[in-house]
Design a protein around this ligand. Sequence first.
Ligand code: ADP
Length: 453
Amino acid sequence: MSRIHFKVFVLVAGASGAEWLLGLLAALPGGEDGARVLIALVAAVALAFLVSRRIARMATEPLASVAEVARRIAAGDPEARLLWNLHDERDAVASIVNRMADQVQSDLGATRRNVQQLEAVMGEMIEGVLVLDSSERIVLVNNAFRELFGVWGEVQGRPVLELIRLPAVDDLLTRARDSARPVFEDIDVRGHVARTVWGRAARFPSAGPRAGTLAVFHDVTEIRRVDRVRRDFIANASHELRTPLTSIQGYVESLASGPMTPAEVASHLAVIQRNAHRMRDLIDDLMDLSRIESGGDAPDPSRVDVVRLARTLVADAKPRLARAKLEARVRSASAPPAWADRKALEQVLENLLTNAIRYSDEGAAISIDVEPRGEMLEVSVEDTGIGIPDEALDRIFERFYRVDASRSRAIGSTGLGLSIVRHLVQAMGGTIRVESRLREGSRFTFTVPRAPE
Ligand code: ADP
């Protein structure tokens, strides 16, 4: 029933009720006076009822408004205010509620700004961040964490092991939970690309009841690789220098220990000389490598006729080729000039030619080709020698790597030649690659820029 319908109903019902009551009273003995008294009584009761209802409404209506505004403030409505102007003590209540609303608004703004700043920092960090609550459930992770561990989708509230099945990460977090100090460890992440990740985890706060764990992960694959290469390099270089030195020491002691025939002395001296040369070659190569790696001499490019340079090198190698019973020739009749550092280019060609001679058996053939390829010249040194096994092809440009260390050492090689060659080629703006088949031969092909027309 609507309000209007209800009022009409009350009026009609009230009017007919009064008529009925007056009739009843008039029928009573001494009816006229008694009726007046009764009417006054009923009127008084009705008035009292209406007044009390009004008072009750005056008391509850403001409370309902306050409740409504409080509900809107709690729901984050920035406009929620009590707009009263009643000139009594209720205005004071309104003012307190409104001040409270202002404070909530300003706190909310500050919190939002803090969250935005935190999100920006976390988003820009290259370290992966993971935060767990006190029941080991994920509170948040940043993008770097997702990328490091290949995690996508919703993570909040999930246990870590469900997302990344790496017991090492779980172990790190468990140790952090049970330790008063931060814990750290290198973690191997296998996946599309194998990586090493350094993880550091700590409970927070550091004192008092634990609220959760904070872990930070940093990709250290490259740092660890460089470190390993450096350690291997020092170990290898020391070993390579020690071997000839030990030999020299032994022969010198033997010479000093007593009389010898002149032939014995000569043979001892020859061994000492050979080993001294070997040490010198090694030190020269090490110095070359270190100079080239650290940026080296500024390249001094000029126009170089590569075909002519190759012919000169082959002619110079004639005695060595004859001793090894090998044939070598430059197949290209001519080629456009290269724009390269002549000394560096000569060192590259000489190294590749020397290797082709060293790693070929009697009767093998060596050929050099020079071909223009767009902006570059492609130079290849090919032999029909012993070849390189497939599994070694990726490694032969590494420092000290040798397929057959005993054969290489016997012929006085250092294992640094191809490493130097690759650095030199790259410094000239070119690239180098190798193709080879075991017992069939090898072809090393490098590029250098062509000289401008
Ligand atoms: P090394 O001083 O030992 O020759 P390099 O760096 O020049 O060192 O070469 C590394 C290794 O690559 C060699 O020890 C050898 O095993 C292999 N190698 C290089 N050139 C050839 C080639 N033309 N044929 C076969 N093996 C080769």
